[in-house]
Ligand binder design. Sequence first.
Ligand code: NAD
Length: 490
Amino acid sequence: LTQNLAKAEAALSRFKREGVLNHIGGEQRMAASGATFETISPVDGGTLAPVAKGGAEDVDAAVRAATTAFDEWRDMPGKARREILHNVADGIVSRAEEIALVESMDTGQAIRFMSKAAIRGAENFRFFADKAPEARDGQTLYAPGQMNVTSRRPIGPVGVITPWNTPFMLSTWKIAPALAAGCTVVQKPAEFSPMSAKLLVEIAEEAGLPPGVLNVVNGMGEDAGRALTEHPGIKAIAFVGESRTGSMIMRQGSETLKRVHFELGGKNPVIVFDDADIERAVDAAVFMIYSLNGERCTSSSRLLVQDTIYDEVCARVAERASKIKVGHPLDPETMVGPLIHPVHEKKVLGYFDKAREDGATVAAGGVKVGDEGCYVAPTLFTNANNDMAVAREEIFGPVLTAIPFKDEAEAMQIANDTEYGLTAYLWTSDLSRALRMTQRLEAGMMWVNSENIRHLPTPFGGVKASGIGRDGGDWSFDFYMETVNVSFAT
Ligand code: NAD
């Protein structure tokens, strides 16, 4: 911890000095209005850096830069774009420690996970870099007297609006495919954790990304974010955040007919049958809700357990939860750091009260930890039912709600009884049951006998209020590109 604190102080000193400015057309710029806001550390509430508070004027300047840069970037041969994007990945790897330290201090998410997240960011760049040369390939479709040639072309400058959890990795998941497709980008990072976006654009330009291809405008969602979604020069918006913000963005973008891609909230079930490998299921459930502070869209926040093993599973999870190390995010031993912000901490603590009022049992946690910083204890509610607020609403913290079920039909009914549909995790040794259930579970991504393990070519996204569209593999290019057809008469 002592070593990490010293390294973090060194990494953060230039942010304090320079501030987190907007980055437009290859230049760092103050907001046009001169306004700033502060990003604070959830560790102690201290100010980390002043941040440019951008608005419509700054967004307009960034969109102009992205529009000017678009022709050159679009027309650059795919192989040249591939090389630049690999250089970006190299730059991320060489500065991964700095990224992780800065991001841990800005978000409160533990360094042990943020180090991996930074490397995942580099992998995202490499994966899409390799796809850049073929991304536009289409097919020929023959008809009598006619030959059709289809191909894809980048849609134009796009807006990327990102949330405060694991911001660096999530941004690369959007920005890398957009750049590989040949689009230029204006990013609006989350106001609670804007620091690592500065590092990404800096690394990208040092790696050879031409100025104006990636631009960053900081600010509030309702100002800078809104202006981006309403700007006629932006052809599509890739958004990761809350479901209700997604609705707002859809409304805001409707006037200019924006294409939208939404990765939204979740209330993901992990369903454990009594024929499952219980030790592994408990391991996975604990990991999926308590890692990254539970501030993770794919976290398994509802634990549905067959009634024959409910008490045993809950006891094991409660024991594990109470032993989890809550502490400074830079301590390599820490699993749960402080929640992102006092506002979010208040929301999570409010659910502790609601759960008690609704009659759930606090089997672990349910309390704030310490006086300073936004620390809460890893929490398990038992004797819960699916009507309780803690089972219905996305809490986005280290809070798990355990609900018993009788049989497969009831498990399915409870699992699907939610407005969300991002992921589902199923634990059973009965393959026929797994096949039956995965056909009817309302989720965009399901894992059978596993925690969330990502394979980048597979589609990522949710159904219902959890999202619109898919990322990953070629699905990302479908979003960032237009498919066009040319028909030749013979
Ligand atoms: P949020 O919706 O509050 O904010 C996300 C971003 O949208 C921020 O940059 C914010 O400034 C911006 N924004 C807010 N209002 C806007 C508006 N009117 N117009 C344009 N932009 C606006 O989300 P958050 O609290 O930062 O992040 C947590 C949420 O993100 C959770 O619901 C979580 O489930 C979700 N999330 C989903 C995924 C996924 O892959 N499905 C991944 C990570 C996070």
